[in-house]
Design a binder for this molecule. Structure first.
Ligand SMILES: Nc1ncnc2c1ncn2[C@@H]1O[C@H](COP(=O)(O)OP(=O)(O)OP(=O)(O)O)[C@@H](O)[C@H]1O
Ligand SMILES: [Mg+2]
Length: 336
């Protein structure tokens, strides 16, 4: 079928007014026929880069990373950022409670279950400049169960992000620690995937599962995010030997995917969480604050280096990365 962008050539090749009239008639039929993903994520007005922060293993620093990436891109890089909490534990709000303004009246669960899902009403400003968040509540688990019975259940979040994509530069999604329906929604909606991974065999197994899920998404829904990078988190820098072994193992399976920045173990991070503040405010001189500032710089570079104007949207159908086939060395293979 002729695509709408080829309309003038088709009209001209048929000859003058007749051809143009024919095109006008056919064109009205052709125009609405778009792949679903066009409507779901690639509206003309969109500009936000959507980054899902996801890992299957619990406690590897997903929320800490999502919170500080979002806050850092807003505070240090002047971007308008929306941080979406997709985890029913609601840890984004508790990590940022000192920065919250008066409560939002819509939770993510309500926004997703609505007839026309839209996160715009759930986005609430914080006292940190340019940072908005959406709050998760305990109902999110029920919402996930209800969504499971709906048609297009994997595309709900992408649809709910349509309007907010034009209002923010970056949208960061904090995913729950499993590969359930909410995570699938996040992966489908995202342009980029950031995978926190502590230097342990179990975390690496979780990365393998996540990569397989990306392949399944690509096969079944025709779209999956690019891998922005693997982020080594909670790195105990005193543990040179084990860290080197794990870095080698990760490089063997996922060569070139690890980010340059690593996040070391630092008590300032749980300390800031205890105060409900970002570490940039609570302890700006700590190594945790330094590491997360460095992460923001690296991510900012990776996101925007490809375009001079940081507001130019990414290409509509980006080439996908070639996913590496997971391989393991005997040295770090987990006991089966
Ligand atoms: N680099 C770090 N150094 C020290 N403590 C950290 C670090 N990163 C995270 N933590 C702490 O580890 C705990 C788990 O972190 P976080 O909540 O970010 O993990 P998560 O992957 O989101 O967990 P979940 O799977 O439950 O969602 C928190 O108490 C947090 O403060
Ligand atoms: Mg979390």
């Amino acid at each position: 079928m002729a695509s709408p962008s080829r309309a003038p050539q088709v009209g001209q090749s048929l000859g003058g007014v007749l051809g143009q009239r024919l095109w006008n008639a056919v064109g009205t039929l052709v125009q609405p026929v778009r792949p679903l993903q066009w409507d779901a994520t690639n509206t003309v007005a969109n500009r936000a880069r959507v980054i899902a922060v996801s890992a299957q293993k619990g406690g590897v620093g997903k929320t800490t990373t999502a919170v500080h990436l979002a806050a850092g891109l807003a505070q240090h890089h002047g971007l308008h950022v929306l941080l979406v909490d997709l985890d029913a534990q609601g840890h984004v709000a508790s990590s940022l409670r000192a920065h919250l303004r008066t409560g939002a009246d819509t939770y993510v669960s309500q926004a997703l279950l609505a007839h026309d899902p839209d996160l715009a009403g759930a986005a609430t400003p914080t006292t940190l400049p340019r940072l908005h968040i959406t709050l998760a509540d305990k109902q999110l688990s029920n919402a996930e169960a209800q969504l499971a019975t709906r048609m297009g259940r994997d595309l709900v979040l992408a649809r709910a992000l349509r309007t907010v994509r034009s209002r923010f530069d970056v949208i960061v999604i904090d995913c729950p620690p499993n590969l359930g329906l909410l995570t699938l929604n996040a992966l489908y909606a995202a342009d980029q995937l950031l995978v926190p991974c502590d230097l342990s065999v179990l975390a690496l197994e979780g990365v393998d599962d996540l990569m397989r899920t990306l392949q399944t998404l690509q096969w079944t829904l025709g779209r999956c995010p690019q891998v922005l990078g693997l982020l080594h988190t909670r790195v105990d820098r005193r543990n040179h030997k084990q860290n080197s072994a794990m870095r080698r193992a990760i490089a063997q399976s996922y060569h070139g995917l690890s980010l340059r920045t690593e996040i070391g173990v630092n008590t300032a991070l749980p300390g800031a969480q205890l105060q409900g503040k970002v570490v940039f405010e609570a302890q700006p001189e700590s190594s945790g604050a330094r590491d997360y500032r460095s992460l923001c710089d690296e991510v900012h570079l990776r996101l925007f280096a490809d375009s001079q104007d940081s507001h130019v949207p990414p290409p509509l159908f980006k080439p996908l990365i070639t996913l590496p086939s997971p391989r393991r060395t005997g040295a770090v293979a987990a006991p089966r």
